[in-house]
Write a protein that binds this ligand. Structure first.
Ligand SMILES: Cc1cc2nc3c(=O)[nH]c(=O)nc-3n(C[C@H](O)[C@H](O)[C@H](O)COP(=O)(O)O)c2cc1C
Length: 419
């Protein structure tokens, strides 16, 4: 693998001996607390928050704690292999970087910092539809680093097709369709702050850089002039800054930044989507398509019936349905339903190596890391993301070895006990 576990562990201790402290805290609690200090109140609320009373956010984590690893001894774990194979690609480790939108809220280098850290670690990066930087620019920063793309299915199939064409030209090797966000969840913290980053033109770079979206913007009737106050003026300035192009005043006068936000809000999600719509995607791409947000065994079976190539068990980090089943609770029934016909990945609540181990033991082929890398990004940009990934992988490799497993295939349901 890209980083040998003991060398990372040794590096931390030797750095300490030389008086050098870690760039990002190792424990998740301290990492989140450090990130919180760096983030604006609105940014922290947007990243950390969940839907409703946030019971799903909590249960994603607490459900992992109900599962216990039962380590086995004397199994010669001196040589270890954490690699996996998915869609005929070999990946060095079973972790992916979850698609997370509006990363500019965490750090000005946003998606570019994550891309560089990911490719340095050879950890696959799933680009978000809500990225702050267009996919072409992010791909260019990654060299041959592995990457996928996450699609929000908009109301325009022409736009969906345009995204797919761009994705295929960006070196991405799979498309992840997120199904759980056809409407935005009731996100209490954001509502209390009355803050939605998209209104400032943040996180819409995949759209404003798209030729079909630009054409759709032209069809828009000009917005009625609203009364300006200092707050709306500040938003307008931000919106204009975020719109592509260097000449602030000509952008402002063109009103295209406002049109972009308006069009985005009207178009980006489609609550009318049904299973039959997936046929369109199947027709426009030969790339593997995975469905993200599956939580019910029946939906997992449907994914197979509709010719999908994989599933990501996810509840969007608890941001959509309060009181939802946690993903580690949902995983076993989905793995059983799928019968190994297509790979099952999972996310939501992965905070350390033990969580990765438990997910793999229950049949996940890989997991996606979410909030932890965003907090690393907030604390120390590219280096912060890199250290979070290194720590996560090291923790996982040590957990695997100390549980008596030399490779991923040896991690089995029998490695776990339920309490
Ligand atoms: C701030 C934030 C933004 C997100 N943006 C997206 C997105 O653009 N597309 C998507 O499919 N999922 C998005 N997600 C969900 C993640 O891909 C992933 O499912 C979730 O972060 C997992 O939960 P965890 O971070 O608590 O482990 C977002 C999550 C967060 C926290």
């Amino acid at each position: 693998m890209a980083i040998e576990s003991l060398s990372r562990q040794r590096e931390i201790y030797l750095n300490g001996f030389a008086g050098k402290s870690n760039v990002v805290p190792v424990s998740f609690t301290d990492l989140e607390a450090s990130a919180r200090k760096k983030l604006s109140e609105q940014a922290y609320a947007y990243i950390a928050g969940g839907a409703g009373n946030e019971s799903t956010v909590r249960s994603n984590v607490s459900s992992f704690e109900k599962l216990k690893i039962v380590p086995r001894m004397l199994r010669d774990v001196s040589a270890r292999d954490t690699s996996i194979e998915l869609f005929k690609h070999k990946y060095e480790s079973p972790i992916f970087i979850a698609p997370i939108g509006v990363l500019e809220l965490a750090h000005r280098d946003a998606d570019l910092a994550v891309a560089k850290a990911a490719s340095a670690m050879q950890v696959p990066y799933i680009f978000s539809s809500q990225a702050s930087v267009p996919m072409e620019k992010v791909a260019a920063a990654m060299g041959d680093g592995p990457r996928w793309f996450q699609l929000y299915w908009s109301k325009s199939n022409e736009l969906v097709k345009s995204f797919v064409t761009r994705v295929e030209n960006c070196g991405c090797s799979a498309i992840v369709v997120t199904l759980d966000t056809t409407l935005l969840g009731w996100r209490t913290r954001d509502l209390d702050m009355a803050y939605l980053p998209f209104l400032e033109g943040r996180g819409i770079a995949q759209y404003t850089s798209d030729p079909v979206f630009q054409k759709l913007m032209d069809e828009l009737e000009p917005a009625a002039n609203r009364k300006l106050n200092w707050h709306t003026l500040a938003g307008l300035i931000q919106m204009t800054k975020n719109y592509p192009g260097n000449n602030f005043f000509s952008k402002l006068v063109s009103k295209r930044p406002i049109k972009a936000v308006q069009k985005f809000i009207n178009t980006y999600s489609n609550p009318a989507l049904t299973w039959d719509d997936l046929k369109f995607l199947r027709e426009v791409t030969k790339f593997p398509v995975l469905l993200k947000g599956i939580l019910h065994a029946e939906d997992a079976r449907k994914a197979i019936d509709y010719g999908m190539d994989g599933i990501i068990v996810s509840n969007h980090g608890g941001r959509q349905v309060d009181g939802s089943i946690s993903t580690i609770e949902a995983l076993p029934s989905i793995v059983e339903a799928v019968q190994n016909k297509i790979p099952v990945l999972m996310d939501s609540g992965i905070r350390g190596g033990a969580d990765i181990f438990k997910a793999l033991a229950l049949g996940a082929k890989a997991v996606c890391i979410g909030r932890p890398y965003v907090y690393g990004l907030a604390v120390a940009g590219e280096q912060g993301v890199k250290e979070v990934l290194q720590n996560m992988l090291t923790d996982f490799e040590l957990t695997m070895a100390l549980a008596g497993c030399r490779n991923i295939a040896e991690i089995k349901t029998s490695s776990l006990m339920h309490t």
